[in-house]
Structures are given as structure tokens and as C-alpha cells.
Design a protein around this ligand. Structure first.
Ligand code: NDP
Ligand code: 13P
Length: 375
């Protein structure tokens, strides 16, 4: 058995932390992750495009735009120069919104050190192509191992040092399986782990990415129903049926169902669907209360990944003939102007079906109608 970290007597090969980590993206999650890396003792740089934010991180140890009032540890070096940020970095956390990923990978490419692994921290599926973000990054950064960091992690809580667990997933190469401790996932884990941040390692990159992409769409649905006045029973049902939609997509991409029940699936889904700290849930609540989209968040542009991702998810679902009824409700309300209550009433009145997908059963309602059961 290979142990990670400092249990020296059992180490077949110690998992070495990265000396320097570069965080690309100085929004709320990028800044929180820079704080995580620095608190774990890493040399840490952060790249952001906004000069005022960069200046404030360097001079006041604060990101007033995205994490106001939360002190950052000393020693994070912020810059608007991507070459400077990446100089000497042994690993990268890429933390800009999913729609920017392709462009940012192209910007990073000339400045990355040889073989530097990259953990993607955005949650989503690329619009238009239906690609997982790791597929997009791998297409551009061909010489780099690409993984993901995901889980139930509100940036403001993590940055305040609240106990937070996350999953770091990389597909394991043959060499990684022989020497797990030297794998990028293990090295990220020991590099970021601290008294408040607890990483878990996974080799199911696809499962982790699917969880992160779908949970935001389901959180919008939970918010819509909450805002429209439905109760806790309904929200719990949506969370669990939403997990079923995650499983459907994980199956198609080749992810594992057990990952869907882990931190990056059920964990993140539960967090995001239970709190209006979530921008996705909060958007749903506002729309459910009848607030027009342009007035949500007081008219400010806020990153709501589930809003754009509902389009890519429905596009995939249609092309692959997948049943994802909750994602479809969100899509119809957000992008086709459907009414929240009417849409969810139709969703609720669908024919009775097996809880498990393999159990193919469809009963038209009212129950007196024809019953078909196939196993
Ligand atoms: N916040 C959270 O709790 C968590 C977020 N995530 C994920 O992390 C990703 C980033 O979200 P988050 O940090 O919260 O978002 P924020 O809205 O807090 O910040 C977005 C950041 O991205 C920058 N940005 C936007 N567009 C571009 C662009 N075209 N090129 C370069 N930089 C750009 C913004 O810069 P500028 O200020 O100049 O506009 C800003 O620094 C999302 O996919 C989200 O789902 C994951 C886990 C937790
Ligand atoms: O992904 C998140 C927590 O894990 C943040 O969720 P929101 O983007 O909905 O705020």
C-alpha cells in the first residue's frame, strides 16, 4: 500500500508537494484556492485581468470585488501578466468560468513549463461542442495532464478557513498506477491539504466533471421551486431525481456511478441545492418569485454556470436521446420563456415510472390508464 504525506515508514515513494502553484483566475473561487495553496505552504501566484483586484490582493491582502472583508494569507503574488504568473509554476489551478476555458488555455499555452499538470476548477460542459472541459483543455494543451478539482466548496467559506473537502481527479496513466504517490492527483492533494482543506483523490475525471456540470442546473430547478412556494419535500425529491440525471450523463461519458454519489456529485448537489449562497440556487429562487431575469442580482453580471450549461446539457440530451426531465424544465423556463409553475406541474404529472432506470415501467396518469412493464 502506498501512503501519501508524512507517514515516512510506509512510503514507497513520497508524494512531493509542488513548490509553486499558479492560480489562473482571480474571481471568488480562484482567490479562495490561492488562499488554500498559500495556507498549505506553497509559493502561490494568481493571475487576474483586473488591475484593481490584482493591486488589492498584493497591497491589502484582500479581493474586495469578489471576497470583500476576507483576509488572505501573506505571500500570494498577484499579477495581470500571465507569463509572470506561470513562471516557475509546477502546477496550475485553472479557475475562470467555463465559457472562457478555450481562450484561457490558448493564452496559457506558450508560458507553461514542460509537463506541468493542470487542474480545472470550473464546472460545466462547453457550449456548441458538448465537450467536457477536460476534453477542451486536452485538445489545446496536448503535452499536459489535465484533471479537475471539484466538490461542495463555497468560495467564501473556504477562504474563511471553514472545514472543506474536495475531490481532485486525474485519469491515472500506467505509470501513475504503479506509483500512485507521484501521480498529479496525489501531488495536488498533498500540495493543497491543510488543517482546514481536505482533498480526496479520484481517478474518475469524467464522473467528477459530469457531477459539477449537472448540479448547477439542478440547483436552479430547486431554487425555482423554492421561489415559487413549493416546500422541502419537493426540493429533496428534485435533488435525488437530479442525481439520477447525473448518473444518466455519467453513463454516457463513461464516468462511474459511485463518483456521482461522492463529493463532486451528491456532495456538491446537496450544498448547492440547499443554500442561496449558491448563485445557481439564488437565480432560481428569484425567477421562481417572478423577478425578471434582467433584475436578478440587482442587474449585476454574475457567473451562473447552470444557466449556460442547461443549453449544452439539453443539446447533449437531445442528440443522445437521454431523458433528463429536470434539466429540460430549467432549459424551457430559462431559454424558451416557459412559466415556472406550469412547467413543474407538467413535470410532476409525467407518467409513473420505475425509480431505477433499468426498471422500464410507464403508467399513464390517472392510474386507471394502460400499464406497461418491461424488465
Ligand atoms: N464561487 C464558488 O463558490 C465556486 C466556483 N466554482 C467554479 O469556478 C468557476 C469560476 O467561478 P468564480 O470564481 O466563482 O466566478 P467569479 O464570478 O467570482 O469570478 C470570475 C472570474 O473570472 C474572470 N473572467 C471572466 N471572464 C473572463 C475572461 N474572458 N478572461 C479572463 N478572466 C475572466 C473574472 O474577471 P473580471 O473580474 O475581470 O471580470 C473573475 O476574476 C466557475 O466555473 C464556478 O462554477 C467552483 C467551486 C466553487
Ligand atoms: O460550485 C459551487 C459550490 O461548490 C458554487 O456554486 P454557485 O456557482 O451556484 O455559487
Amino acid at each position: 500500500m502506498t501512503y501519501l504525506g508524512t507517514q515516512a515508514e510506509d512510503l514507497s515513494s513520497p508524494s512531493l508537494p509542488f513548490r509553486k502553484i499558479c492560480v489562473v483566475g482571480a474571481g471568488s473561487w480562484g482567490t479562495a484556492l490561492a488562499s488554500v495553496a498559500r495556507s498549505a505552504g506553497r509559493e502561490t501566484s494568481i493571475w487576474g485581468r483586473d488591475e484593481a483586484t490584482v493591486e488589492a490582493i498584493n497591497s491589502r491582502l484582500e479581493n474586495p470585488k469578489y471576497l470583500p472583508g476576507i483576509p488572505l494569507p501573506e505571500g500570494i503574488r498577484a499579477t495581470t501578466d500571465i507569463a509572470e504568473a506561470l513562471d516557475g509554476a509546477e502546477a496550475v489551478l485553472l479557475v475562470t468560468p467555463s465559457r472562457t476555458l478555450r481562450d484561457i488555455c490558448l493564452q496559457m499555452r506558450p508560458h507553461l513549463g514542460k509537463g506541468v499538470p493542470i487542474a480545472l476548477c470550473a464546472k460545466g460542459i462547453e457550449a456548441g461542442t458538448g465537450c467536457l472541459l477536460s476534453e477542451v483543455a486536452s485538445e489545446i494543451l496536448t503535452d499536459h495532464q489535465i484533471g479537475a478539482l471539484s466538490g461542495p466548496t463555497f468560495a467564501s467559506e473556504t477562504a474563511r478557513g471553514h472545514l472543506t473537502a474536495a475531490t481532485i481527479a486525474f485519469q491515472f496513466s500506467y505509470a501513475d498506477r504503479l506509483d500512485t504517490a507521484s501521480s498529479p492527483a496525489a501531488r495536488f492533494a498533498v500540495s493543497l491539504g491543510s488543517d482546514f482543506f481536505r482533498p480526496y483523490i479520484s481517478d474518475d475525471l469524467v464522473g467528477v466533471e459530469v457531477g459539477g456540470a449537472i448540479k448547477n442546473v439542478i440547483a436552479i430547478a430547486c431554487g425555482m421551486m423554492t421561489g415559487a412556494g413549493y416546500a422541502e419535500n419537493t426540493r429533496a425529491a428534485l435533488i435525488v431525481r437530479g442525481m439520477d440525471e447525473m448518473k444518466t450523463l455519467a453513463d454516457v461519458f463513461g464516468g462511474r456511478r459511485e463518483t456521482v454519489t461522492g463529493l463532486a456529485g451528491a456532495g456538491d448537489l446537496t450544498l448547492t441545492c440547499s443554500s442561496q449562497t449558491s448563485r445557481n440556487m439564488s437565480l432560481g429562487v428569484q425567477l421562481g418569485r417572478g423577478i425578471p431575469r434582467e433584475h436578478c442580482f440587482d442587474g449585476k453580471a454574475v457567473v451562473v454556470e447552470g444557466e449556460v450549461n442547461s443549453v449544452s446539457v439539453m443539446d447533449l440530451a437531445r442528440r443522445m436521446k437521454l431523458e433528463m426531465p429536470i434539466c429540460e424544465c430549467v432549459y424551457r423556463i430559462l431559454h424558451q420563456g416557459a412559466d415556472v409553475k406550469e412547467t413543474f406541474a407538467e413535470f410532476w404529472a409525467r407518467p409513473i415510472e420505475g425509480e431505477r432506470r433499468g426498471l422500464s415501467i410507464s403508467i399513464d396518469r390517472p392510474v386507471a390508464a394502460a400499464v406497461e412493464i418491461t424488465q
